[in-house]
Design a protein around this ligand. Structure first.
Ligand code: ATP
Ligand code: MG
Length: 260
């Protein structure tokens, strides 16, 4: 199955929590073959996937010698000549961390120079992102930073959907409109909302009313299991078969996107 999904939304709405749960559910349904991309500089997708804390994960952007080998230029340098089309197709296998059928790739950050950075690191990340979105016959889930800036224009036509996570609070819904605009600007055709941490039908109704021009993929209630595992630093629903029906339904709806 080839399916490319980005998750966005205001800070703290539950993007990482949901990315991990959706990745695990989809891996179960798809006999693995899921790549989860941590594109957030403050990385924490690993915990939700159940990758042990002591696992030292080096973000791709910090693999200096690999970047130099592939682009022909030392990271941290600018200008000069380097390949803008580095080989990346072996990176998902070599530099991901697999758990329960989900391969985690941590992208890392690139220090932005003034006026946009054309440096070896960013070239490498862009090439990798393009490879993942355009050429992988797998489910690729991207936990984005608030925006969708990481997605280059070239790739967004092949992103099946941007899921905008919102909470019942007004501000996250205002942010949804902003993210929708950003998504449309880079050419993502399908932009869907997932309501998270709803505390009942009233919350769902409010979200529907405030976000009339969005298609809503589903709602996930406030979950005690998520709150308590967050406290303990463990992954919620260690047994993935115990996730609530609301999350299963959202995953089923996501799978349908691959055929449309
Ligand atoms: N359905 C839920 N029920 C209860 N708590 C939740 C739920 N979803 C997320 N949370 C909690 O909300 C907090 C923020 O979640 P998370 O880190 O996934 O958000 P985020 O959007 O990735 O944040 P950031 O923008 O900082 O990356 C966490 O403490 C998480 O445990
Ligand atoms: Mg996050």
């Amino acid at each position: 199955m080839s399916l490319k999904i980005a998750l966005g939304g205001k800070g703290g709405v539950g993007k990482t929590t949901l990315s991990a749960l959706i990745a695990r559910v989809l891996a179960k349904k798809n006999s693995g073959n899921v790549i989860a991309i941590d594109a957030d500089p403050v990385t924490n997708l690993a915990a939700g996937l159940g990758i042990p804390e002591e696992t030292k994960i080096t973000p791709i952007s910090e693999l200096s010698s690999l970047i130099e080998e592939r682009t022909g230029a030392k990271p941290g340098t600018m200008g000069g000549f380097f390949s803008i089309n580095p080989k990346v197709d072996d990176i998902p296998e070599r530099f991901s961390y697999e758990k329960d059928g989900v391969k985690l790739l941590v992208m890392g950050t690139v220090q932005k120079g003034g006026g946009g950075c054309i440096c070896p690191e960013s070239t490498m990340l862009k090439a990798l992102m393009t490879h993942l979105v355009l050429y992988r016959d797998e489910i690729v889930l991207m936990d984005m930073e608030a925006g969708v800036e990481h997605l280059g224009r070239a790739t967004t036509g092949s992103v099946d959907a941007l899921l905008v996570v919102v909470n019942p609070g007004f501000r996250s819904q205002a942010a949804a409109h902003h993210i929708k605009k950003l998504g449309e600007d880079v050419g993502i055709s399908k932009i869907l909302v997932v309501g998270n941490r709803t505390k009942g039908p009233e919350d769902e109704k409010l979200i529907r009313e405030n976000l009339k021009d969005f298609e809503i993929l589903g709602f996930i209630p406030e979950l005690d299991e998520v709150v308590s595992s967050d406290r303990l630093g463990t992954r919620p629903f260690d047994n993935i078969d115990e996730v609530p029906q609301s999350i299963i339904e959202i995953c089923d709806n996501i799978i349908k996107l691959s055929n449309s």
